[in-house]
Design a protein around this ligand. Structure first.
Ligand SMILES: [Zn+2]
Length: 269
């Protein structure tokens, strides 16, 4: 892996004949009480000492990832547009900074259908933000949620059910990571970089303490099991990891550290 290019809102790494570009959708904050212990109680102040706080709230960057290779140009998640919280919706700006046109994207995939991941599929006029992408891959278990979102009606003809092991484009493989939603899906690129969506919401706390859960995990026990299993698998396999809410620039190495793990972001150099 090497860093090919970087800007304020993007960073591109090279993996053999493929590249992965982190695209920042901006940054917001959420209440610290969203981090929960194993009894589903908010963490006490001692457990929050390592947290990355902004005015007492958890820093929450939002990211999408673009995978480019001989098999096509796949956008994984699309940010919050103007549908969620202030400070977000910068994906088009990030693409422009990276010099990537919206019509270059040939396929779309979701890690899960929450507002900060699906909203950028549609532009400000309600049309398709990525009109050349003929397919939108969504895990079977999460299809109903996508179909129930009125904003996403223009995407219905392009929906493609996705299961573990499927490849939205050549060189990318879907990996089950259920719990945050029933169909929450990670994507392994070139067998060595795992884009894991919302497996982790607050890196500063959930790498050292991966048993800490998140208020918006649909099934917290299942989400915890997925987090522990995939973190361990990433270490064992030597995978790089990338996530929608990981610390800047959202891509890095994972190591075992004491009872938990440590995240080492790739450096912009
Ligand atoms: Zn999210």
């Amino acid at each position: 892996m090497r860093i090919l290019r970087a800007g304020k809102l993007f960073l591109t790494v090279e993996l053999g004949e493929m590249t992965v570009t982190m695209l920042s959708d901006g940054e917001t904050t959420l209440p610290a009480r969203f981090l929960l212990d194993e009894d589903d109680k908010p963490l006490d102040s001692a457990a929050l000492t390592a947290a990355d706080l902004v005015a007492g709230e958890l820093r929450l960057p939002v990211r999408a990832f673009l995978v480019q290779g001989p098999g096509g140009c796949l956008m994984i998640d699309t940010g919050a547009a103007d549908q969620w919280r202030p400070g977000l919706g910068r994906l088009p700006e990030a693409l422009a900074e990276a010099g990537i046109g919206a019509t270059e994207i040939t396929a779309l995939a979701l890690t899960h259908p929450h507002a900060d991941h699906v909203s950028g599929l549609v532009d400000g006029d309600g049309g398709l933000a990525f009109p050349a992408a003929q397919r939108l891959f969504v895990a079977v278990e999460d299809l109903m949620v996508v179909r129930a979102n009125p904003r996403l009606i223009p995407l219905h003809p392009r929906l493609m059910p996705l299961e573990q092991g499927d490849g939205p484009i050549r060189g990318v493989t879907a990996v089950n990571a259920p719990g945050h939603t029933a169909g929450h899906m990670a994507y392994l690129v070139d067998g060595r970089l795992l884009i894991w969506g919302d497996l982790v919401h607050h890196a500063a706390v959930q790498f050292p303490s991966p048993r800490v859960g998140w208020h918006h995990d649909d099934d917290r026990d299942q989400a915890r099991a997925s987090r522990l299993a995939l973190m361990e698998q990433a270490v064992e396999a030597g995978w790089l990891v990338a996530g929608a809410h990981l610390s800047d620039p959202g891509i890095g190495r994972i190591e075992r550290d004491g009872a938990g793990y440590a995240f080492h972001p790739v450096t912009r150099g």
